[in-house]
Design a protein around this ligand. Structure first.
Ligand SMILES: NC(=O)c1ccc[n+]([C@@H]2O[C@H](COP(=O)([O-])OP(=O)(O)OC[C@H]3O[C@@H](n4cnc5c(N)ncnc54)[C@H](OP(=O)(O)O)[C@@H]3O)[C@@H](O)[C@H]2O)c1
Length: 306
């Protein structure tokens, strides 16, 4: 298949591209950086700028599936201007792709979009699945709602729309995990708050496999892209410290301290999401990593890394 990917140069995109190329697919990708445009066999970059409604329309020819991963990183201070960028980098980008598909002759059959777990309410005991109609009233939850609505528009054009509500992606190459690892490695690691907040995570290997699975099985609808066993912040911090053979002796960090340091973004450290991944399992998807200890050891065992 020929697959057009946005955000292909990011943490998830880079690994997804490698996996799809290895399976024999052809990749077109859209990037906002001219310097990231490459053209190799089966791998061709095209320029776009969603804020300025600019796109190289050649990117769509022969494409069967669009994967939309692009979006401004949420792990930066949420000023009002940056909040706007977080939303628009996702929704304006979808709109530009929508107009591209609508205007040009094409054979695109499926639109697969990354999405987030922030849409679900805070939860410790109750497990939420994709049928839940309860949503949270927070900035990120509203981002997810707008992001998914912008993806759903592709149904009007007759495309199958698949949204992967992705939990915390565990990779040693970027994202949240290396940020958690840094202080622990220096001996300053500690638990956030009471450490009971649940963190629905997914190993990068499984997430990439899930995107491939969604494409190759032409899935439509919403799927939680989280491992079947969420962990809590205390266990996650402890498992990382053990994998790195580092002690944890500092007191827990109170939520108000992180709020002072990070502002509203401290939400990312203290929110608790308890989510089911049964729907994708019922489709036949098999997770490689269902246990947090094995996932962290895979990424950070002293033999393999650092
Ligand atoms: N990593 C996680 O834990 C996680 C969890 C849940 C959901 N997600 C979502 O999954 C998607 C991919 O995540 P990721 O971790 O791979 O992200 P990432 O490493 O930050 O990469 C995102 C890519 O989006 C493009 N981008 C950045 N700012 C942009 C802007 N203002 N306008 C248009 N494009 C922009 C960039 O590509 P170019 O420079 O090539 O344009 C960048 O490489 C994101 O939408 C993210 O919110 C990630």
């Amino acid at each position: 298949m020929k697959i057009l990917i946005t955000g292909a140069t990011g943490l998830i995109g880079t690994e997804l591209v490698k996996a799809l190329l290895a399976k024999g697919h052809t990749i077109n990708y859209l990037t906002t950086s001219v310097s990231k445009i490459e053209s190799k066999p089966n791998y061709h970059g095209f320029y776009w700028n969603p804020q300025q409604s600019k796109i190289d329309e050649n990117c769509i020819f022969g494409v069967d599936v669009i994967v939309h991963l692009a979006g401004a990183n949420i792990a930066k201070r949420w000023t009002n201007a940056y909040k706007q960028e977080i939303i628009e980098s996702r929704t304006l980008a979808s709109e530009l792709l929508y107009n591209l598909v609508k205007k040009n002759p094409n054979q695109v059959k499926q639109f697969v979009s990354a999405s987030g777990t922030a849409i679900y309410p805070e939860s410790f005991d109750k497990v939420y699945d994709e049928n839940s109609t309860e949503t949270e009233d927070s900035f990120l939850s509203n981002v997810v709602k707008k992001w998914e609505q912008s993806a759903d528009r592709f149904q009007v054009l007759g495309l199958k729309v698949c949204k992967l509500r992705t939990g915390i992606v565990l990779s040693n190459l970027g994202g949240a995990l290396p940020e958690m690892v840094k202080p622990i490695k220096m001996g300053f690691g500690s638990v956030m708050g009471n450490g009971k907040q649940l963190q629905s995570w997914i190993h990068i290997y499984d997430l990439v496999a899930m995107f491939s699975f969604a494409i190759e099985n032409q899935l439509k609808g919403v799927y939680n892209a989280v491992s079947p066993n969420p962990t809590n912040n205390l266990d996650l911090t402890t498992v990382i410290a053990k994998a790195l053979k580092k002690p944890l002796f500092l007191p827990n960090i109170p939520e108000f301290v992180m709020k002072l340091l990070l502002g509203e973004m401290s939400y990312l450290l203290f929110s608790s999401k308890n989510l089911s991944s049964q729907k994708i399992i019922d489709e036949g998807f098999q997770f490689q990593f269902i246990n947090i200890k094995e996932a962290i050891e895979d990424l950070y065992s002293l033999k393999k890394c650092c």
